[in-house]
Design a protein around this ligand. Structure first.
Ligand SMILES: [Zn+2]
Length: 230
């Protein structure tokens, strides 16, 4: 992805994008545990306080490991696709045990008990990171709405709504000087709006107000139905 310098309002910078606390470290969004080497160029970093960076790091490791275990159908390091995650689980007996305990066999397939708070924390982190990085509009408040679930549990219209910008969504424009605005002017808009991010004006409310909406897809293999053990 092309890298841009952010020229937007500097009052929206210089503090932790997760809690508004002090800028003490750079936080990778997404965390490297969700990526494999060679890493993409221009990894995204956002200002963060040490507490948010450390606290969220455990949640990200949990989610990365959970995704791999769900895809593999079992919590066994040697069966996982990503060597990095297999290694992480080999080194964390407690996490491995938690994930093994989370798996159960039912007649209709494998069921995973998910630690919702941890998944939610990571999704919110990703959303906040993108809001700050791309739009220069840090979102410190709680979101109006945050939901996550396997794609295979969505009906047709929910899936269609998830995968495309709804009518009118492109009516809002990113802040002048933000990376999103620069992308909009120099690259295919699909790059920013097609899959992951939308920034839209809320019609009927003050025209200056914007709502940000993040749609994130984690682990596309999760669309597969649960597999039964052979
Ligand atoms: Zn913080």
């Amino acid at each position: 992805m092309q890298n841009f310098k952010c020229y937007a309002d500097s009052r929206n910078k210089g503090f932790c994008v997760h809690c508004g606390g002090p800028y003490e470290t750079d936080d990778h969004v997404p965390s490297k545990v969700l990526l494999d080497e060679p890493y993409p160029e221009n990894l995204i970093v956002c200002p963060s306080c040490l507490k948010c960076n450390n606290d969220l790091s455990d949640d990200e490791t949990y989610l990365a490991c959970l995704l791999e275990c769900v895809i593999a159908g079992e919590a066994t390091p040697s069966k996982l696709r990503r060597p990095k995650i297999a290694k992480a689980l080999e080194h964390s007996e407690s996490l491995l045990k938690r994930l093994q305990k989370a798996r159960s066999d039912r007649d209709d397939g494998i069921i995973w008990s998910i630690e919702n708070d941890r998944v939610r924390a990571v999704l919110l982190k990703l959303a906040r990171g993108h809001a700050a990085y791309e739009y220069n509009q840090p979102q410190l408040q709680e979101p109006d709405y945050l939901d996550f679930r396997p794609l295979c549990t969505m009906n047709e219209s929910e899936r269609a709504s998830f995968e495309r910008a709804e009518e009118g969504d492109l009516a809002g424009w990113p802040e002048v000087g933000s990376r999103a605005m620069q992308r909009l002017l120099v690259v295919d808009t699909h790059d920013i709006f097609g899959v992951v991010w939308q920034c839209r004006e809320i019609h009927g409310i003050a025209p200056a107000e914007f709502q940000q909406c993040a749609q994130l897809l984690l682990g596309s293999l999760l669309v597969l139905p649960n597999r039964k053990n052979a």
